[in-house]
Design a protein around this ligand. Structure first.
Ligand SMILES: Cc1ncc(COP(=O)(O)O)c(C=O)c1O
Length: 430
């Protein structure tokens, strides 16, 4: 069941900032900023300068457009989901098919853009975090394409539950480094990637996978994901001769949602909904419903934390949503009310996965299934003249073991910690 902002959040004090105080650059209302150690201030400034230069470089834009078309497969289709709409029995549901991109999720849009940016800056190595493995696969793919070395940090729990994506990254020549710290999931992978970059920024680019982290990362990632919304807006106008009544997307860090929503922010009549993971019983990983403002991974944003400011273990059946924070712009949109946020739990996401298979012959990623579940509920409350646009962020092959053999993510024989050194080197065929 889709539940909107359950009201469990509290508006507590901002958590302690690591390193320098938050800078004014890259603020979204009171959120965002740049909470980093002094050593990273100049690398972030270099990145921002390069990003601005690329934006004025016609050759960069032409190369990005060429590869988005011929390598990634854009534009992705907008699909009228007649069977799903009939099942909901209300509004007409359209799916923006990011699942049909090369590598199977929206993550490739950002990975390609930032990969070209890294090459523009003369970097020779990409460093990235991954949760579901889709961003890792996308980054490893782009590294191959552009001839760059690649290291991916991934929590060991996520490596077990998304094993097929680990194998894909390794086949692509990436070094996959297991992360055992914390809960061995996405938050720990992001921290490990940031730590690597602190020591390697001279030749490496940190290719963050979502609209998170210190400025300018949230702005860069949103920019490269905006193509989702630009295309969807054109396509829905062509199909319906009007804008949708509602647009819905799942929110982990928030990049596919930011990309989709960015095209409709100024259209007040288009209602926007972000769907976070309700998990199963516990707190889930819905920072916007259960968190409060704090600082994590270099940004000020909503973070799930206890009274002492410690981040507890979070859970979602969808590894890509299992993150205790969220991009700072989403925190701003929550506060301004421009976007409404709610949750879908593990069981409802699994149900939506099977529902989309049955009604449309489409297997969504479990992350995307959260948006599908919410969309069915929203559509049910609307009439046949109403249009609901859903961001279908990725495809579900990576989740088959979870869907078929159990809804627990802890039961797939997570390798013991002693395996660490072997797992580290076996992923590097170079
Ligand atoms: C298919 C898919 N959808 C959604 C997400 C969540 O990321 P974001 O909120 O940045 O779109 C992920 C993350 O791995 C993903 O793989």
């Amino acid at each position: 069941m889709y539940r909107e902002n359950e009201g469990r959040e509290t508006s507590g004090a901002v958590g302690p900032a690591a390193g320098t105080a938050g800078r004014s650059a890259g603020r979204y209302g009171r959120f965002g900023g740049q909470y980093v150690a002094e050593t990273l201030v100049e690398p972030l400034a270099e990145l921002e300068r390069a990003f601005v230069s690329c934006g004025q470089d016609a050759a960069f834009a032409a190369e990005l457009a060429r590869l988005l078309s011929t390598h990634v497969g854009r534009p992705t289709p907008l699909y009228f989901a007649a069977g799903l709409s009939a099942h909901a029995g209300g509004g007409r549901i359209y799916l923006k098919r990011e699942d049909l991109t090369h590598t199977g999720a929206h993550k490739i849009n950002n990975a390609l853009g930032q990969g070209l940016l890294a090459r523009f800056m003369g970097k020779t190595r990409l460093v990235a975090d991954t949760g579901a493995g889709q961003h890792g696969v996308a980054t490893a793919t782009v590294a191959r394409l552009l001839g760059l070395a690649c290291t991916i940090y991934m929590g060991r729990v996520d490596m077990a539950r998304q094993r097929s994506n680990v194998e894909r990254m390794q086949l692509l020549g990436a070094t996959v480094v297991p992360v055992d710290e914390g809960t061995a999931t996405l938050k720990d992978a992001v921290a490990a990637a940031l730590q690597d970059w602190t020591a390697s920024f001279g030749h490496s680019h940190l290719l963050l996978g979502s609209v998170v982290g210190p400025h300018p990362f949230p702005a860069i990632v949103r920019h490269f994901q905006a193509v989702i919304g630009e295309e969807a807006r054109r396509q829905i106008l062509a199909a319906e001769a009007r804008l949708p009544d509602e647009a819905i997307a799942c929110v982990g860090g928030g990049s596919n949602a930011a990309g989709l929503f960015s095209a409709f922010l100024d259209d007040a009549a288009v209602r926007l909904f972000g769907v976070q993971a309700g998990g199963s019983g516990g707190v889930g990983s819905a920072a916007l419903s259960c968190g409060r403002p704090g600082v994590l991974h270099g940004m000020e944003t909503f973070v799930i934390q206890d009274a002492a400011g410690l981040v507890p273990a979070t859970h979602s059946i969808a590894a890509g949503l299992d993150y205790p924070a969220v991009g700072p712009e989403h925190s701003h949109w929550k506060e301004t009310g421009r976007v409404r946020y709610g949750t879908v739990d593990d069981g409802a996401a699994l149900h939506a996965f099977r529902l989309l298979v049955q009604t449309e012959g489409i297997m969504p990623a479990l992350e995307s299934a959260h948006a599908v579940a919410a969309a069915v509920e929203r559509a049910r409350a609307l009439g046949p003249d109403d249009v609901v646009l859903v961001g279908l962020s990725g495809r579900g092959e990576k989740d088959l073991r979870t869907v078929l053999y159990g809804d627990t993510d802890r039961g797939f024989g997570v390798p013991r910690v002693e395996d660490r050194s072997r797992a580290r080197s076996s992923g590097d065929p170079r």
